[in-house]
Design a protein around this ligand. Structure first.
Ligand SMILES: O=C(O)CCC(=O)C(=O)O
Ligand SMILES: [Fe+2]
Length: 368
């Protein structure tokens, strides 16, 4: 008998890989499917019962991730308190929102509008950018991990590598080019401010993470979560942790992001002017487990208006070197022995590209 989700039993007559390939080659994306007026989603988007059952485990609406006000964070009166808040949030939630981060609201609005405009381009024009070349340049596709995952999710993405290699600006679709470049600059400033606070929170020099090039490698991903006619059968993005160092996330007013806290899934309500920061696996490892990389997901969008989010993943730049990475020696002592072994970048990439997005799989491998 055929199962009801993406990987049916043999003999069911359903050729999943053929359907996936046809969808990919149509270059229409999830947005194209949604706009076509379909009322039921293709089978390869349907998630297994374990995932779907878990969609209902939301926490009371009053719970929320910490909000940290960065006003005057450089003043000696405010800084110690802000460091304490960032440290606490990074340990217990792995997620927080920052407000008064010095980026004008108009820049946030323009960035969201530009990414939305890209996803709303006419099919014929947008599909010229559709390709799968994940590790460099610019790529627009539906589900970056489409061919590695068991069930597809209801989103399309435009990915732009902003560093460490110099950006080929002309490769970025013209409709969002200036905004993507500008957002890269602003988000990096916020990321570097937060990295200083995170670094000091561990008792290290403020500039330590920057010196280690942790903000140099960066990929911007502009997601679009269009209306989904069957939001109970799929997800916007599968539950996962971010593999990099930290992520800066900007979202429009359409909800959907959830963060795991204890056993519950907590809604991250869009906060006007707020920017979300989260700890990635790399930072959990470097901090020897002091900071937590936490699972998150996006629900399939039940609203007619698309949800737009723009993430920038920050990570170190020395990808190509064969050096080893692991907990920072400064943080280790006989009382606090290392809990992770060192790993190479080869191992990091091998792990990332061998499967769909998932949770902490590298961390699990290197745990001592
Ligand atoms: O769209 C979002 O809010 C989250 C996206 C995300 O988690 C990711 O791209 O890693
Ligand atoms: Fe993520």
């Amino acid at each position: 008998m055929a199962t009801t989700y993406g990987t049916p039993a043999a003999g069911s007559g359903y050729d999943r890989s053929k359907e996936v390939k046809e969808f990919d080659e149509s270059k229409m994306g999830v947005k194209g499917l949604s706009d076509s007026g379909i009322t039921s989603i293709p089978q390869f988007f349907i998630h297994p019962p374990e995932t779907l059952g878990d969609l209902k485990t939301s926490s009371p609406p009053s719970t929320t991730i910490p909000v940290i006000d960065l006003s005057n964070f450089n003043s000696s009166t405010h800084r110690p308190k802000i460091i304490q808040q960032v440290k606490e949030a990074a340990k217990t939630w792995g997620f927080f929102q920052v407000i008064n981060h010095r980026v004008p609201i108009s820049v946030l609005d323009d960035t969201i509008a530009a990414i939305k405009a890209f996803h709303e381009l006419p099919q014929g024009e947008k599909s010229k950018h559709y390709k799968r070349e994940e590790s460099r340049g610019v790529m627009y596709a539906s589900n970056n991990d489409l061919y590695r995952t068991e069930a597809a999710s209801w989103h399309d993405s435009l990915q732009v590598w902003l560093g460490p290699d110099p950006l080929e600006v002309e490769e970025i679709p013209e409709i969002c080019r200036n905004e993507v470049v500008a957002w890269g600059v602003h988000a990096t400033e916020v990321a570097e401010d937060v990295m200083e606070l995170l670094s000091e929170g561990l008792g290290l020099e403020a500039g330590k993470f920057k010196e280690l090039t942790f903000s140099k490698g960066k990929a911007l991903v502009g997601h679009c979560y269009p209306y989904c006619p069957q939001p109970d059968l799929t997800v916007g993005i599968t539950s996962h942790t971010d593999p990099g160092f930290i992520t800066v996330l900007l979202q429009n007013h359409v909800p959907g992001l959830q963060v795991k806290h204890g056993d519950a899934w907590v809604d991250v309500k869009p906060l006007p002017g707020g920017l979300i920061i989260n700890v990635g696996d790399f930072l959990q490892i470097v901090s020897n487990g002091d900071y937590s990389s936490v699972q998150h997901r996006v629900l399939a969008n039940p609203y007619k208006e698309a949800r737009i989010s723009i993430v920038i993943f920050f990570n170190l730049s020395k990808w190509k070197g064969d050096g080893e990475y692991g907990p920072l020696p400064e943080l280790l002592s006989p009382e606090k022995p290392r809990i992770y072994r060192d790993f190479t970048m080869g191992e990091f990439f091998e792990n990332f590209y061998s499967k769909g997005i998932d949770s902490k799989s590298l961390i699990e491998k290197i745990k001592i």
